[in-house]
Design a protein around this ligand. Structure first.
Ligand code: GDP
Length: 444
């Protein structure tokens, strides 16, 4: 996502760097380049215009004030304006003062509504809500069944029409679902509605009828980020036809050029609340304009990375680990449990992609083989307990046995041991450098 946009924009900054003073012509050159990059990424023209004129005005003012490091200033201005068009601060979901809170999903068929119902249901359940999903998509033959499956995966209940009773009437299903939720103390319901392949009046009318029947506190418009320039027209049709209070961008993991993400807020005035980044239920996050801007400018998304890590680690474990690292008692067993934590955090490729400056390694990242972790795991598992705690005893014949046992080669075993020893020295060094407070009193 955003790969070529990101390359183009960061490329346009290169001509500014290293110049002590910038002229208006320098700034205009950069802005022209950014404008081209945005248009090629399918960002809507009015949004591009607004963006470039705001950046130009602020950049020229900055030049006139003879500020230090003007190139940095321009980059900061571009970053601030990107955050602005992406929607500024993230707002929270609106909850009803009298539960249940009703969240209705709208969008074209295939946008990712049903998947989102499961993702959002799970996310809300993890935040101590009692969630009910309502299957009001009776258009697509398999939609009810699909919602039941994602509901099961998310561990939340699903309200679906009884066969032969009310089938074909999505408004009635929605109304009865909300009544059921109220009677059974669910505090959140998520109503999945039908979409069509294109915008059509009948679908809009049905969505309006459901809306009027359940009076949602939030209507979330689910927008497939891969649909490019059609995103603008589709968003406007839904805004005028049904109305929505928040946007969810789906398929942000794909290689879309990013135009939808950058345009939808500017065109509709409605903020993006969530981002969907894959087919699995955990591929879902709050949308943060500032973090997205950082990713586009290749400044990394450290905050999201830290959040993912916090989800996978418990605090006690992290403390134990820090202690072992500092004391030099970190063993291959600890390393093995580290690898398992990393796997819990999800794809290694995705995580590396959030590190600052990774843009230049995009090809290497693309070729990163997730199975490398499995190979390392296999090697460690082929070692005896003693070998794991005292790798010094690993002579040639032991290494050959381990390679055979793990389906790898002696070279791979050697390379792993090499890296492990180096990492261990480095960790010890770093913690001795007085990194985290409180570490100084640790033994070692
Ligand atoms: P609906 O018709 O709007 O309910 O769309 P679905 O939820 O059935 O999603 C359509 C297809 O897109 C399914 O194959 C989903 O697995 C897939 N999908 C949904 N969200 C995402 C996402 O964020 N990333 C990717 N890669 N696929 C997604």
């Amino acid at each position: 996502m955003f790969a070529s946009l990101s390359d183009r924009i960061t490329g346009s900054f290169k001509q500014l760097r290293g110049k002590g003073r910038l002229s208006e012509a320098d700034v205009d050159g950069t802005i022209r380049e950014i404008r081209r990059a945005l248009l090629e990424a399918d960002v809507a023209l009015p949004v591009v215009r607004q963006f470039t004129s705001a950046v130009r005005e602020k950049a020229i003012t900055a030049l006139q004030s003879q500020a230090l490091n003007p190139a940095q200033q321009v980059i900061k201005i571009v970053n601030d304006e990107l955050i602005e068009i992406l929607g500024g601060d993230t707002r929270e979901l609106n909850f009803a003062s009298h539960p249940p809170t009703v969240i209705m999903l709208a969008g074209l068929q295939g946008a990712g509504k049903t998947t989102l119902a499961g993702k959002l249901g799970k996310w809300l359940k993890e935040r101590d809500n009692k969630v009910l999903l309502i299957a009001s998509d009776l258009q697509r033959p398999n939609a009810v069944n699909q919602l039941q499956i994602v509901g099961g995966q998310a561990g939340v209940d699903v309200w679906a029409p009884e066969p032969g009773n009310g089938i074909g009437d999505p408004v009635r299903v929605a109304r009865e679902g909300v009544d059921h939720a109220r009677a059974n103390h669910y505090n959140i319901v998520i109503v999945d509605t039908a979409g069509r392949l294109g915008i059509d009046e009948e679908m809009m009318a049905q969505a309006r009828d459901i809306r009027d029947a359940v009076k949602p506190n939030e209507t979330l418009f689910v927008l497939d980020a891969m649909i490019g320039q059609d995103a603008v027209q589709t968003s406007i049709a839904f805004r005028d036809g049904v109305g929505f209070t928040g946007v969810v961008l789906s398929k942000l993991d794909g290689d879309a050029r990013g135009g939808a993400a950058l345009s939808v807020r500017g065109v509709t005035g409605v903020p993006v609340l969530f981002a969907s980044t894959g087919e699995k239920l955990d591929d879902f996050e709050r949308f943060h304009a500032d973090r997205m801007a950082s990713r586009i400018l290749d400044m990394g998304d450290i905050l999201t990375l830290i959040e993912q890590a916090q989800k996978a680690y418990d605090e006690k474990e992290a403390e134990d680990l820090a202690e072992k690292m500092a004391g030099g008692t970190f063993t291959l067993n600890d390393f093995l449990s580290q690898l398992q934590q990393i796997k819990k955090m999800g794809s290694m490729k995705k995580m590396l992609g959030m590190m600052p400056g990774m843009g230049q390694f995009r090809n290497e990242l693309e070729n990163f083989d997730e199975r490398e972790i499995d190979r390392v795991e296999a090697i460690i598992r082929s070692m005896t307990p003693r070998e794991r705690t005292d790798p010094k005893i690993l002579n040639g014949s032991r290494r050959l046995r381990i390679a055979n046992g793990s389906g790898t080669t002696v070279q791979e075993v050697n390379a792993l041991m090499d890296r492990f020893e180096k990492a261990k020295t480095l960790m010890q060094h770093m913690s001795r450098g007085g990194g985290a407070p409180g570490m100084g009193s640790l033994p070692g």
